[in-house]
Design a protein around this ligand. Structure first.
Ligand code: AMP
Ligand code: ZN
Length: 483
């Protein structure tokens, strides 16, 4: 496939260190609150990317961290720890908060058909490894102790700003309004590897270390977790575009300094979901969740469909109207698939191959998911039998994960059940097993009862009973079944 690489600012052929195998790392959630649907846009696009690579035949080892310590309110190492903030807000312990929101995150992922990575590692579970890497960085001359903390020394690097997609304001860490410069830093881009001192309220979770009791900085966790579970050579690193700086820049700095060779080949950044009032943000506290969409009657997969309709490198504006449009289109698509009931003939292998080749080329062009969705409509229009259509749709759905055939089957069942509920003349509703002759007899009995002709009503009941039919009266009609 061809993928845009934020490290080189070019669309490039995707290559891996080991042929046929992808070592993939994803920055996971900071579990101090529910994931909002903006966060989940990033995880949906990363999920499609992983599934597309598998579809192309790669074996993928996907690793994700769970940030349950060390992420301060500002990515520039200042402010209160986000986990502590969450614990205070809910009057719970940090670990309770972490457990609750980690589970909630994976529940949301399941509803959106986002696969769980091969390895999911909470930061608090790997503190010894972090300490080992920080010690290694000190030994190699890339880190220093100052004021009780350990800092990465960016002046020792040949180059620091690998991503230049961010603006001047982002780069000016330490001189940004409201962010006080940390006087312990030798230069403004240096960042904390290990904290023992913060002028903010102290962490609940702390560990012993060669530099005193404290806790790790945020950036070190991703480098360490990736190096442990992906190995020394990372093929693909993913995250939302806000992670590019300083988080990913700092990950590259510490990983390459520690390893002594280039670390990650390709960087994949998903642009933001915005509302008309700006970027959706967890720390602002007002945001939309999957549960809220469900409460409003939306199928979570309609949101996935909405995300797939636009390119991951463009900002996406969320509005209820936009979601309604996507939900309507998704519903219509499912309806058309549900109508593919033909069972004749084998799969037309040649036609299927051509459709799949087009899908591979289209989606393989920098993960063009909206073209992937268009390919679904191409299948519906193709001059092939229903068996072939269903087979190709199922194949594309390995990547798009819209539960196309499953939702279509549910719709067919629902419609069949509704068809069995015949609205009879006289305002009665007869619910049965779809036999018009029985429906007619049940209706005659209802009418006899209405006319107070109970003898006739009983006679019909006996006649139905003789045929093995049991009738139950319900408000406004009757239900019958074979016993
Ligand atoms: P967090 O839980 O804040 O660490 O973020 C989890 C993931 O969501 C990261 O990859 C972020 O870059 C990404 N993210 C944050 N806000 C948005 C947004 N509005 N739209 C898309 N992705 C986002
Ligand atoms: Zn990360």
């Amino acid at each position: 496939m061809y993928l845009y690489n934020s490290a080189t600012h070019k669309k490039e052929p995707f290559v891996t260190h080991t042929p046929g195998r992808v070592e993939m790392y994803t920055c996971g959630p900071t579990v101090y609150h529910f994931a909002h649907i903006g966060n989940l846009r990033s995880y949906i696009m990363e999920d499609v990317l992983e599934k597309f690579l598998r579809y192309e035949g790669y074996e993928v080892n996907r690793v994700m961290n769970i940030t349950d310590v060390g992420h301060l309110a500002s990515d520039a190492d200042t402010g209160e720890d986000k986990m502590l903030k969450g614990a205070k807000r809910e009057n719970k312990t940090v670990m309770d908060i972490a457990r609750f929101y980690t589970d909630a995150f994976f529940d949301d992922c399941a509803k959106l058909n986002i696969k769980t990575p091969e390895v999911v590692q909470p930061a608090t579970g790997l503190i010894d490894e972090f300490i080992q890497v920080v010690s290694g960085l000190i030994d190699k001359g890339y880190a220093y102790e100052a004021g009780g903390n350990v800092y990465f020394d960016t002046s020792k690097l040949e180059r620091y700003y690998v991503f230049n997609d961010h603006d001047e304001e982002d780069l000016a860490v330490g001189v940004r309004e409201g962010v006080e410069e940390d006087v312990n830093k030798r230069s403004k881009n240096d960042f904390v590897l290990w904290f023992t001192k913060s002028k903010f309220e102290d962490q609940a979770l702390k560990w012993d270390s060669p530099w005193g009791v404290g806790y790790p900085g945020w950036h070190i966790e991703c480098s360490c977790i990736s190096m442990k579970f992906n190995g020394e050579w990372l093929d693909l690193h993913c995250g939302g575009v806000d992670n590019a700086f300083p988080h990913h820049t700092n990950e590259i700095a510490q990983s390459e300094a520690y390893l002594g060779h280039p670390w990650c080949k390709q960087w994949f950044h998903v642009h933001h979901l915005n509302t008309n009032s700006g970027k959706m943000s967890k720390s602002k506290g007002e945001f939309l969740t999957v549960s809220l969409l469900e409460e409003k009657g939306y199928d979570p997969l309609a949101y996935r469909f909405f995300c797939l309709q636009s390119h991951y490198r463009k900002g996406l504006v969320f509005s209820w109207e936009n979601l309604d449009n996507a939900a309507g289109a998704y519903g219509k698509l499912i309806r058309r698939i549900a109508a593919l009931t033909g069972t004749d003939g084998p799969v037309d292998e040649e036609a299927a191959k051509q459709l799949k080749e087009k899908f591979l080329t289209q989606v393989g062009n920098d993960l063009n998911t909206s073209m992937g969705v268009t390919c679904l409509y191409d299948v519906l229009k193709a001059p092939v039998n229903d068996v072939t259509k269903r087979s190709v749709l199922a194949s594309f759905d390995q990547v798009l994960s819209l539960s196309l055939l499953e939702r279509a089957a549910v719709l067919r069942e629902k419609e069949a059940a509704q068809a069995k509920t015949a609205a009879a003349p006289g305002g009665f509703t007869i619910q049965g097993e779809g036999d018009p002759a029985i429906d007619a007899l049940v209706l005659q009995r209802m009418e006899a009862k209405k006319a107070k002709n109970f003898a006739e009503a009983d006679r019909i009941r006996d006649e139905l009973k003789a045929q093995g039919i049991e009738v139950t009266d319900v408000p406004g009609g009757a239900v019958w079944k074979r016993v």
